[in-house]
Design a protein around this ligand. Structure first.
Ligand code: ADP
Length: 425
């Protein structure tokens, strides 16, 4: 409103000036010359004001020059705009400082990296854990300063869905866990955490399970040996002991399977992925599995459909154990007269190994927990079928070691499909 009034005043002034020029110039006989002269004076005044405006814009901290009319209005408006923008800048800066303060106080290393891979900022934990120096290293390529081949691969692969754990090659055993998130214009925030304690505990747990399983095997072999001897001479064993002895032999068998699976799981967990880089012909593996099943389960109908000859990089033994676990589960949890179908195919989303049965199926609520160790949908059914409860834990581990995803689809009473999706090579 005020601006409109000022504009009207200015317009009125201009009209008055023109009228005054004409009134003065007419009696003299030079109305247009006088008008031009006055307009020129007006132009000069505006030029002087523009010069003052420019000078004021160049010196940010002073108050605007005194002026009346439209120029005064201009100065006031510009001054308040400038004040608002300065207030917003201060607010933004304080928020940024707050954010950086919170990142700085973190125990974890935090590094902001630009889209081109250059360090923008890092906190003091990054200086300690990753050996970065800030602000000296600002603008340097992160990969030139963090010289860990696993981290290079992880950073460049641009798939940050899972964190990366790296063992540092120093004399003191140290483990770092990296995770990366994207923000802004493909900028990245790299976090690194010292997980030495957790990794040591995990190693201890694995070693403990491995050692116990290993140690239990010898006494179990002795017990099994005696049981077999006794059961092999039924005439020497009193009648009433024959059933208990048979059950003992069965349980000893189960225990042996359990120890075998536990040892196998420990082995899969401890071998580094780069140690299993052969090219595995899955079609060939399935043909071998088919002939093994023809001997072990001659009465069951298992159909194999090898639709591609694609190979996957990995470990033959691990893949054999994962696939046979899936097939044996399908056999275990479906009626004897039903069919199990194993398919190896190339799909738009990757390579798919699926095992489909027409068995009991699984309630949806159990599916997310199936791959936990010793998780069972129905304890009585599983112990009847002689399972160890470790089969799907093994499958999940093997899948993770091969960058594959385990997908479980099931309808109770209708059957289940367990699929392993491998990335295309
Ligand atoms: P288990 O040795 O008990 O079979 P797994 O880890 O192989 O252990 O499987 C875990 C549980 O998942 C099983 O106890 C069973 O209840 C369920 N399960 C696995 N495969 C199937 C299947 N094909 N159909 C129905 N249930 C299954």
């Amino acid at each position: 409103m005020r601006a409109r009034v000022t504009w009207l005043v200015e317009l009125r002034r201009l009209v008055l000036l023109v009228l005054l020029a004409l009134a003065l110039g007419w009696p003299l006989g030079y109305p247009f010359q006088v008008l031009s002269g006055l307009l020129l004076l007006l132009l000069l005044r505006w030029l002087v004001q523009l010069k003052r405006l420019r000078a004021w814009l160049d010196s940010p901290d002073v108050e605007p020059p005194e002026a009346r009319g439209i120029w005064g209005d201009f100065y006031d408006r510009l001054y308040s705009l400038r004040r608002e923008s300065r207030e917003q800048q201060t607010l933004l800066q304080s928020r940024l400082d707050y954010l950086q303060d919170s990142l700085s106080s973190m125990q974890d290393a935090a590094v902001m990296v630009s889209a081109s891979g250059a360090i923008e900022w890092c906190n003091s934990a990054a200086q300690k854990l990753l050996g970065l120096r800030f602000p000296k290293d600002r603008g340097q390529a992160l990969l030139n300063l963090v010289r860990l081949p696993e981290f290079h691969r992880y950073f460049l692969a641009e798939d940050y869905s899972l964190p990366l754990q790296v063992r540092l090659g120093s004399e003191r055993e140290q483990y770092l866990q990296f995770s990366i998130s994207r923000f802004g214009n493909n900028d990245r925030l790299v976090f690194a955490r010292d997980v030495t304690r957790e990794a040591r505990l995990e190693n201890m747990r694995r070693d403990f399970v491995g050692n116990v399983s290993h140690e239990l095997r010898t006494p179990l072999t002795v017990i099994k040996g005696y049981l077999e001897t006794l059961l092999g001479q039924p005439e020497q064993v009193p009648e009433r002991l024959q059933r208990p002895l048979g059950q003992m032999a069965q349980q000893a068998e189960r225990m042996e399977a359990l120890l075998r699976d536990l040892l196998w799981l420990t082995r899969i967990e401890s071998v580094q992925p780069r140690e299993r880089r052969e090219s595995v012909n899955v079609g060939q593996l399935l043909r071998e599995l088919q002939s093994e099943l023809a001997t072990s389960h001659p009465q069951r109908r298992v159909e194999f459909r090898v639709e591609t000859e694609a190979s996957v990089p990995g470990d033959l033994r691990e893949l054999h154990s994962a696939i046979s676990n899936l097939v044996l589960n399908a056999i275990k949890y479906s009626p004897d007269d039903s069919c199990v179908t194993v398919t190896w195919a190339e799909e738009p989303d990757g390579l798919r190994l699926s095992v489909q049965d027409q068995g009991v199926g699984i309630e949806a609520s159990h599916i997310p927990r199936l791959t936990e160790r010793f998780y069972r949908v129905d304890d009585s059914r599983s112990s009847r079928t002689g399972g160890t409860g470790l089969g799907l834990a093994i499958v999940k581990h093997v899948a993770a070691n091969h960058q594959a995803q385990l997908q479980i689809e099931s309808r109770p009473g209708k059957g289940s499909t367990f699929s392993l999706w491998f990335p295309r090579g």
